[in-house]
Design a protein around this ligand. Structure first.
Ligand code: 6PG
Length: 239
């Protein structure tokens, strides 16, 4: 499979397209047994899509399980918390609520919280529930989830979830690893804004250097079903 690139005029239309994809995959899954399993990206880009998804969705949320691709090691009510962002943008308005596997970023031992999350994810996968869709963002340094250039987490090939540290050297993170993300049936990258134009050009068109640009491990993996949704500003240097 090759990378599917879709360019939308603006962030609003990007959010709308992301919801279309989520709803189409969810509806397809609802046609059979099992749950629709989605791992969510953090950061700011997906917020609009999550809000719109909550407003427009026609899925039976009792059959949806939400995972996280990564989490900052802060309390869920901290402004930097991905779980806090998802709660405000999506979950607060859902009744019935989906099942949510939250990464416990508030725990004093991030490594233990990561191991616990990895065990939960492995049990889910061993039980036959795959990750139907992994929603991911791309950082300005080419990271995705919390797989930052130069960190050991990028090289992890056994554990499904590990702790790591953000580039500031201070903020601990919990992140799914490549073995976990590569198990997703579909991967959906979201990138919006002129600030992402340079990094998209490097990651999509530039030399394959995934140790420096970790999102390339997924975006440039032709064995994976990857869609990149970008608005025109972010896609400006993709030609
Ligand atoms: C996080 C994310 C991270 C994010 C990128 C892009 O916890 O921050 O998981 O990987 O997706 O940094 O972030 P923006 O969408 O804010 O540009």
């Amino acid at each position: 499979m090759t990378l599917t690139l879709e360019v939308l005029p603006d962030p609003e239309r990007l959010a709308g397209r992301a919801v279309e994809i989520l709803e189409a995959l969810g509806a397809e899954k609802m046609g059979g047994p099992g749950r629709f399993v989605v791992s969510l990206a953090g950061g700011s880009t997906p917020k609009a899509a999550y809000r719109l998804w909550g407003e427009r969705s026609r899925l039976d949320w009792r059959r949806v399980r939400l995972l996280y691709g990564d989490e900052r090691c802060v309390a869920p009510d901290h402004p930097d918390s991905n779980a806090g962002m998802v709660e405000a943008a999506l979950l607060a308005g859902l009744d019935p609520a989906p099942e949510v596997f939250r990464m416990r970023g508030e725990d004093a031992e991030p490594a233990a919280a990561a191991r616990d999350y990895g065990r939960q994810l492995k049990a889910m996968l061993d039980g036959g529930d795959a990750i139907d869709l992994a929603v991911l963002g791309i950082g300005g340094d080419g990271h995705t989830a919390s797989l930052f250039p130069g960190r050991e987490a990028v090289a992890e090939r056994h554990h499904l979830c590990v702790e790591t540290v953000a580039p500031d050297g201070k903020t601990n993170r919990i992140t799914l690893t490549l073995p976990a993300l590569r198990q997703a049936k579909r991967i959906l990258f979201l990138a919006a804004g002129a600030g992402k134009a340079d990094i998209l050009q490097k990651v999509v068109k530039g030399p394959f250097a995934p140790e420096s640009l970790p999102s390339q491990f997924l975006l440039r993996d032709e064995t994976l079903a990857v869609t990149l949704l970008a608005d025109e500003a972010a896609a400006a240097k993709l030609g």
